[in-house]
Design a protein around this ligand. Structure first.
Ligand SMILES: Nc1ncnc2c1ncn2[C@@H]1O[C@H](COP(=O)(O)OP(=O)(O)OP(=O)(O)O)[C@@H](O)[C@H]1O
Length: 281
C-alpha cells in the first residue's frame, strides 16, 4: 500500500469565473521508504501539490490519503520544510527547534530535551549559533534550521518544498548530501520538490514531472536506477546519469512547448461571423 496517495486530485483557487485550477486529476503513489522528486516549472503547482500531500490543503475533488486514510489536515507524522523557512522570528535557533520538540515529545525531561535539541543543531552545523534569531542568520543557515526543526519531530514522511533553492552551489551540495545521508540512515519516505533536474537525479529513486499549469497533472515517471551511494564527483561522467538527465530535460522542454502552443491557441480571437446556410427556407 502507498504511504501517500493522490487519487484524481483536483484543486483550484478563486470563485466561479475567476477560478484558477492549479491541479486537475493528479495521481501519485508514494511508497514507504521511497525518495520521490517532483520537478516542474515555476508556478506549475508544486507547492500546492506538496501542501496536499501534507494535508495543509484538501482537494476540491478526488482524494489525498496518508496510509490509506483520507487526510483531514496536517499532522506531525508528515513533516514539511518550506521554501521560505517559516521560522518563528522571535525565537532563537535553539528555541525554534525546542518548541517543535516540546510539541511532539512532551514527556522528555528538560535535560533529555536539551541534548536532543543540541543533537539536531549539531547535525546541520549550526553549533555556536544557538542563541541567534532567524534575522541574524544567512539564507542557508535558515534553511538548515528549518530542516533540523522538521527532522527533530521525526516525521514518518518528509516533504521538502524546494528546501535548497536559496542556497549557493556549495552549501546546496552539503545539504543535499545531508538529506541523502539522513534518508539512507533510517529510510524515511521523502517527497522533494525541485526545479533542478541534476539534483533530482542525484537524490531520488523516482522523478515525477508536473506538467505546466493551469490544470497541471503528473506526467510520465522516470525511475532512477543509478547505484547508491551516488558520487557527485563522478556522476557527471556516468553515461546512465547523462542519458537520464537528457531524457528528462527533453521531456520537460517538450511539455513546456506543448503548453505554450495551447496557450497561444486559446488566445487566438476568432472572427465574429455568422455561418452561411444554404437551402434552408
Ligand atoms: N492561496 C492561493 N490563492 C490563489 N492562488 C494561488 C494560491 N496558492 C497558489 N496559487 C496559484 O496557483 C499556482 C501554482 O502555485 P504554486 O505555488 O503551487 O506553484 P509552484 O510550482 O510551487 O511555483 P514556484 O516554483 O514559483 O514556487 C500559481 O498560479 C499561484 O498563483
Amino acid at each position: 500500500m502507498a504511504i501517500l496517495e493522490l487519487d484524481n486530485a483536483t484543486i483550484g483557487f478563486g470563485e466561479s469565473h475567476r477560478r484558477y485550477t492549479v491541479l486537475e486529476g493528479a495521481n501519485l503513489k508514494v511508497h514507504e521508504n521511497e525518495f520521490v522528486a517532483i520537478i516542474g516549472f515555476s508556478g506549475s503547482g508544486k507547492s500546492t501539490l506538496i501542501s496536499l500531500l501534507a494535508g495543509l490543503l484538501l482537494p476540491d475533488e478526488g482524494a489525498a490519503r496518508f496510509k490509506g486514510k483520507q487526510m483531514k489536515g496536517p499532522g506531525p507524522d508528515r513533516g514539511i520544510v518550506f521554501q521560505n523557512y517559516s521560522l518563528l522570528p522571535w525565537l532563537t535557533v535553539y528555541g525554534n527547534i525546542e518548541l517543535a520538540v516540546k510539541q511532539v515529545f512532551p514527556k522528555f525531561t528538560r535535560s533529555k530535551r536539551r541534548d536532543y535539541v543540541q543533537h539536531y543543531i549539531d547535525m546541520v552545523s549550526l553549533t555556536g549559533s544557538e542563541a541567534k534569531r532567524p534575522s541574524e542568520l544567512s539564507g542557508g543557515m535558515r534553511q538548515r534550521l528549518s530542516l533540523a526543526r522538521t527532522l527533530s519531530m521525526q516525521p514518518e514522511v518528509l516533504l521538502l518544498d524546494e528546501p535548497l533553492s536559496a542556497l549557493d552551489a556549495l552549501t546546496r551540495s552539503v545539504l543535499q548530501d545531508e538529506i541523502i545521508r539522513l534518508w539512507e540512515e533510517d529510510r524515511r519516505t521523502v517527497v522533494m520538490v525541485t526545479n533542478d533536474v541534476d539534483e533530482a537525479v542525484l537524490m531520488a529513486d523516482r522523478i515525477v514531472p508536473l506538467t505546466p499549469g493551469p490544470s497541471a497533472k503528473l506526467g510520465r515517471e522516470f525511475p532512477v536506477t543509478l547505484d547508491r551511494p551516488r558520487d557527485r564527483a563522478t556522476l557527471n561522467f556516468n553515461p546512465e546519469f547523462k542519458k537520464l538527465r537528457n531524457e528528462i530535460t527533453r521531456y520537460m522542454m517538450g511539455i513546456n512547448e506543448e503548453a505554450k502552443q495551447l496557450r497561444i491557441a486559446s488566445d487566438v480571437i476568432l472572427p465574429d461571423v455568422e455561418p452561411i446556410r444554404f437551402g434552408v427556407a
